[in-house]
Design a protein around this ligand. Structure first.
Ligand code: PBG
Length: 331
């Protein structure tokens, strides 16, 4: 322990700047802004349906016709943008609903874009919601076939871009997916569309509620052969470096809370915009504890989001986005 001189003990008082809310506000190092938040939305077939997601209280699967109003809500709260996930009418082994011209996300983007020319629209690019087996790529006897999956992901990204997406976000964790998508976008004259890479995406149990929400649980096996091992940190740096070399515009770490060291590490490593995904299981834990009366929701959520930003994330993809923006507006 450093021994302070008597004089020092009298003059340095860190509590001085904690005395009032105004002082604390003036010296706060990390501030949340609704523009930091990206709101994930699940789109389902049908009309006029808001279907609650049981494992994610407060979240719903929406039909396409309800999206313009949801876009109003996102803009009204001043959020950064939204990220679309689709639940198709039907699934097949090739996940063809992911790249169908009239697929659920393609229709969702066109509808949203027509209503909201300035809204930031991001789309998740993966096959798992669309494949009958629930894996993120094409399945062969030997497992998920990386290279056979790439053209399908590229086709999906191009169809989202042509529908009006600003950013496509590949989450399948296939090697080379960013490069394949970048090349395909450029060849399709979609050179202005950005790629947000789910670069360091871990094989996490925290995706449980999402898989219920999106009906994307693998029907056999698991995702350990393509998503990252939770024990690895250096490997995240390699994933990020590769995605940047393939042309990623933004990179992501996912999940967020159990991986803040990775967020920190990536932030120190690269100057590009960094997103962190505050995933479904993180959201569900908070909601469950709040329901039981064990946690104060507003304080806990704002503390979590502040921590993710403090660790180094520029963007936070979070199901809390609308509520958190509401609290920030009141404070
Ligand atoms: C699709 C995808 C998943 C999530 C985002 N994109 C699920 C998975 O990899 O199983 C999870 C998001 C969340 O849990 O909130 N591959």
């Amino acid at each position: 322990m450093l021994r302070l001189s008597a004089k020092h003990e009298l003059t340095v008082r860190l509590r001085r700047l904690r005395r009032t809310s105004a002082l604390r506000g003036a010296v706060r190092e990390t501030r949340l802004d609704p523009r930091d938040f990206i709101y994930p939305i699940f789109v389902r077939p049908g009309r006029g349906i808001r279907e609650p997601i049981e494992s994610m209280p407060g979240q719903e699967r929406l039909t396409v016709d309800l999206l313009p109003a949801e876009g109003d809500a996102v803009r009204g709260r001043g959020l950064g943008g939204l990220l679309l996930f689709g639940l198709p009418e039907a699934k097949d082994p090739q996940g063809s609903g992911a790249y169908a011209e009239d697929g659920i996300v393609q229709r969702a983007v066109r509808t949203l874009r027509a209503a909201h020319p300035d809204l930031l629209i991001m789309t998740d690019v993966c096959l798992c919601e669309y494949t009958s087996h629930g894996h993120c790529g094409v399945v062969r006897d030997t497992g998920v076939d990386n290279d056979a999956t790439l053209p399908l992901l590229a086709q999906t990204a191009v169809s989202h871009a042509r529908s009006g997406a600003d950013v496509v976000a590949p989450s399948a964790m296939m090697d080379g997916q960013v490069g394949a998508i970048r090349t395909a976008l450029d060849e399709a004259s979609c050179g202005e569309v950005a790629v947000m890479a789910y670069s360091a995406k871990y094989a996490s149990a925290f995706y449980g509620p999402f898989r219920e929400a999106a009906g994307s649980t693998p029907q056999f096996g698991d995702r350990y052969s393509y998503q990252m091992d939770p024990g690895n940190a250096r490997e995240a740096e390699r994933e990020i470096a590769l995605d940047l070399s393939e042309g990623a515009d933004l990179v992501m770490v996912k999940p967020a809370l159990a991986y803040l060291d990775i967020v920190r590490r990536v932030r120190a490593d690269v100057p590009v915009p960094l997103a962190a995904y505050n995933v479904s299981g993180e959201y569900a834990m908070v909601k469950a504890a709040v329901r039981a009366g064990w946690l104060e929701e507003e304080r806990v959520v704002l503390e979590i989001l502040t921590a993710i930003k403090r660790a180094g994330a520029d963007l936070i993809i979070t199901y809390h986005a609308k509520e958190a923006a509401g609290w920030l507006a009141q404070s």
